[in-house]
Design a protein around this ligand. Structure first.
Ligand code: IVH
Length: 668
């Protein structure tokens, strides 16, 4: 191997240290000192150097990404069980917990507790061997979880190496992986925009990101971590929760936003009060506070009852709820024509956030809850982007409330409305519905898609109303002169937009596929497609089976993609576009062609192996087994004592093969 020049090695080392320190500042201390762009620039530089020298340090940030997708998660046994917590729903119940602790310890003296916010995320165990991140697992049933190492490695708050503190031989650190509220709202907004279902709360979003077989998806979600517990440890010991938290901090692990030591339960309750007061200002979702006996010696004495420790309890806050009035209900039309009822509320402050609208999801929901315009309703904001109407306070009705019937016509274009069988949503079927067209254009130009800066909602609306763009293809025929004639454009802004449009022509296949707004195709499905199809043209007239072959691609999505690429109008549009599409994601075909692809087999007679086994053999190499013989069968597999099926096959001209021949055909 070529020797790496000392100065380059040093540069790599310095860059790793520097980038790790920026990650720490951003994800743990919450006080970044450089911009994201600066970070990315340095990261790319490091990556280049590493590739050039084939030298990657064990704690290099580039090691966080790039693991190949898994087929399934391996199981991991926890060395110490991961317990759950008993709940206290009132301050009285917290005091009751304290009495139990004292009774058990046979003491009258004040017990020292730690009090921390309860994070609403996914519990994770991180194992470090000799100070190096070794493995991460989910809680599972408490005894055995799933190995999510590749995913957790992408969480930048997780140190890849313990630095700055005494290092135990091996240690299991427990914590919560969570998504902060801002990030969650951003993510859901994007998902809704792209017709993907929104996550109900940050917890589900975080759990969804971790329970992903493809770690590149996890990497694309910004996740945080708060460490609060210890499992097995060797080569070092701790005396108390507070001492452990202090060690975590010195070893650069993120810890809960508040961890206070309280002598006696009254002091502990006042920390609960403090956390509840600050709750609305936390950037993360918390549904309570955890109270733990501080000293590990006492924790051990108290022990565990079934699955919950006697030394801790979780105080649960009341949900964020508020009461307000529905001023009006409006029906909005999305990119794919879905009509969604939205309640316009009298603004109400719920947990520090002013809420003035709430989705009502669909008309089934309206009917189920009997929601009417003018109703007084209870609205809950459980960390959701869009608050939900929990219930109608029927006792407050005056008789003047008005029901809001499902639309008979599209509220925007007046076209007919349809409801597909088995679906709850009403759809506008108008091909030229202005709402849909504008939403589709907005999607096409959005950041994760073609990313055309300067084409915001207002400008799209204007260009559409002036007849300059009726479809996203028209964007590419816009002339500067056209823009200059509009009120919102001057020389500079028109020039900028034309340049942004020009720039967008150079794009990747994944982005372009995503921009098309194919139903069910979000960023992830677009990426999967790009990994499996080298160029756009390879998708033209593609059949659904070919797409279903792609691991993780759903049936519905596959059908929708195939439908899109078999529509002559769409193909014409695609052919008319003059773009420069590259595909850095391409990884080769979804699978090789198999010997029995598309072939149908029928089995008859007594064969040397059980039917089930033969069926599996055929299906394993792409074939299909049918129970009855017809013209569409390709082969009859014939065993001893074959009867009527053989006769029929012969009369239909279907090929017959013996078991031995079958094996040969299958390449066995
Ligand atoms: S202590 C036996 N501390 O809450 C000790 N748990 O309902 C159990 N959680 O599984 C963990 N924040 O996922 C602890 N500051 C905190 C926590 C916390 C969130 C979660 C954890 C646990 C669940 C129990």
């Amino acid at each position: 191997m070529k020797k790496i020049p000392d100065n380059v090695k040093k540069e790599i080392k310095d860059l790793v240290r520097e980038l790790n320190s920026h990650c720490y500042r951003y994800y743990v201390l919450d006080s970044p000192v450089i911009t994201d762009e600066d970070y990315d620039r340095r990261y790319r530089h490091l990556k280049e150097l590493e590739e050039r020298c084939k030298y990657v340090m064990p704690d290099s940030p580039t090691r966080r990404v790039g693991a190949p997708p898994l087929d399934k998660f391996e199981k991991v046994k926890h060395r110490e069980p991961m317990l759950s917590l008993d709940n206290a729903f009132s301050r009285d119940e917290v005091k009751e917990f304290d009495r139990r602790v004292k009774r058990f310890l046979k003491t009258e003296e004040d017990v020292a507790y730690t009090v921390e916010p309860k994070y609403d995320g996914l519990a994770i165990e991180l194992t470090y061997r000799k100070g190096v991140f070794y493995r991460a697992s989910t809680r599972g049933d408490g005894y055995e979880g799933e190995d999510v190492t590749a995913n957790i490695r992408t969480v930048r708050a997780v140190p890849l190496k313990i630095a700055g503190a005494e290092v135990p031989d091996e240690i299991d650190i427990r914590g919560e992986v969570y998504m902060d509220i801002n990030e969650f709202e951003q993510l859901n907004k994007e998902r809704l925009k792209h017709n993907e279902p929104a996550f109900a709360n940050p917890r589900n979003a975080a759990a969804g990101a971790i329970r992903q077989l493809d770690s590149s998806v996890t990497a694309s979600r910004k996740l945080f971590l708060a460490c609060y517990g210890i499992g097995a440890v060797s080569g070092m010991s701790f005396n108390s929760q507070m001492e452990f938290i202090k060690w975590l901090e010195s070893a650069r692990f993120p810890v809960p936003a508040i961890v206070r030591l309280a002598k006696g339960i009254d002091k502990a309750v006042s920390v609960i009060d403090e956390i509840e007061e600050k709750r609305a200002d936390f950037p993360f979702e918390t549904d309570g506070a955890v109270i733990k006996v501080n000293e590990f010696r006492l924790q051990e004495l108290l022990g565990v009852k079934t699955r919950e420790p006697r030394w801790a309890t979780a105080f649960k806050f009341a949900a964020h709820r508020g009461t307000t009035k529905i001023k009006d209900i409006i029906a909005g039309v999305g990119r794919t024509g879905t009509i969604t009822p939205v309640a316009m509320l009298e603004p109400v402050s719920i947990g520090g956030v002013t809420v003035s609208r709430s989705t009502l999801h669909n008309w089934d929901e309206i009917r189920r809850k009997d929601i009417r315009i003018g109703d007084t309703v209870v609205v809950e904001r459980a960390g959701d982007v869009i608050p939900h109407v929990i219930e109608v306070l029927k006792g407050k009705r005056t008789g003047r409330e008005k029901p809001f019937p499902p639309p008979e016509k599209c509220p925007v274009c007046g076209s007919a409305v349809e409801r597909e069988e088995g679906e709850v949503a009403f759809q506008c079927i108008g091909l030229n519905c202005a709402a849909q067209v504008q939403e589709r254009i907005m999607h096409f130009v959005s950041r994760g898609a073609m990313d055309i800066e300067g084409l915001g909602e207002k400008n799209v609306e204007l260009l559409y109303s002036k007849g300059l763009i009726k479809h996203f293809v028209d964007i590419y025929s816009l002339k500067k002169q056209d823009l200059l004639e509009l009120p919102r454009f001057a020389e500079r802004s028109a020039q900028n937009l034309i340049e942004a449009i020009e720039k967008s022509k150079k794009t990747t296949l994944a982005r372009f596929l995503f921009s098309l707004g194919i139903i069910h195709v979000g960023e992830y499905a677009a990426k999967l497609l790009a990994r499996n199809f080298k160029k756009l043209e390879d998708l033209y007239k593609v059949g659904p089976e070919r797409i279903e072959d792609i691991k993780q691609m759903g049936e519905k999505t596959a059908a929708s993609i195939s439908k899109f690429f078999n529509d002559p109008r769409n193909l014409k549009t695609l052919r008319s576009l003059d773009l420069e599409i590259s595909n850095p994601d391409f990884k080769g075909m979804a699978r090789q062609r198999l010997p029995f692809d598309g072939l149908t087999f029928v089995i008859t007679g007594t064969l040397p192996r059980p039917r089930k086994e033969i069926r599996e053999l055929i299906e394993g190499v792409g074939g299909h087994v049918s129970g009855s013989i017809s013209k569409s069968a390709d082969y009859l597999v014939v065993g001893e004592d074959a009867g009527s099926k053989l006769k029929k096959a012969k009369s239909l001209g279907v090929n017959t093969v013996s078991y031995g021949e079958l094996l040969k055909l299958a390449g066995r």
